[in-house]
Design a protein around this ligand. Structure first.
Ligand code: ADP
Ligand code: MG
Length: 148
């Protein structure tokens, strides 16, 4: 699996890293974004969404598990599963509206056990590095030819 770690020194830099990552993404792709509260997950997703053509505000989902944004012919989904204890007991369709063909999905606090969240295009892990510094690891799991 290819992996690299970068350090950013402010939210603008994290947004631009998000923008850079967006260039690797295509429809149907899923990006899992991990890290503590305030680590910059939403900030990174905002930068990626912007680069994909989302023009309005990109904010943390509060009253639902996710937001969906139009970006040309594409839907950019942004989920935050923090308050969702687990996916067992939830409707199987809960995530379905946000994932799959025609969409690029970013999931904060992914519940790794969820079958719907298997096979991500990228896995991003952010951590605090003191002050405004953040360490951001980007993993690109290998996708077998024909399956991705
Ligand atoms: P999360 O979604 O992980 O809880 P947010 O992106 O909502 O985090 O918030 C990150 C907070 O940290 C924002 O207030 C942002 O301005 C601040 N911040 C400071 N430095 C950075 C950085 N290098 N990268 C991202 N956010 C940063
Ligand atoms: Mg967030």
């Amino acid at each position: 699996m290819a992996s690299r770690t970068v350090e950013t020194s402010g939210p603008r830099e994290t947004e631009s890293l998000g923008g850079e990552l967006a260039a690797k993404l295509g429809e149907g792709d899923l990006v899992l974004v991990r890290g503590e509260l305030g680590a910059g997950k939403t900030t990174l997703v905002r930068g990626a969404a912007r680069a994909l053509g989302v023009t309005g505000p990109v904010t943390s989902p509060t009253f639902s598990i996710g937001h969906r944004y139009r970006a040309g012919s594409l839907t950019v989904s942004h989920l935050d599963l923090y308050r969702l204890g687990g996916l067992e007991g939830e409707e199987p369709e809960l995530l379905a509206d946000y994932l799959g063909p025609g969409r690029i999905a970013f999931v904060e606090w992914p519940k790794e056990a969820a079958a719907e969240l298997a096979g991500p295009r990228l896995r991003v892990t952010l951590s605090h590095g003191g002050g405004d510094r953040r360490r951001i690891e980007v993993e690109e799991p290998e996708v077998e030819p024909g399956t991705g």
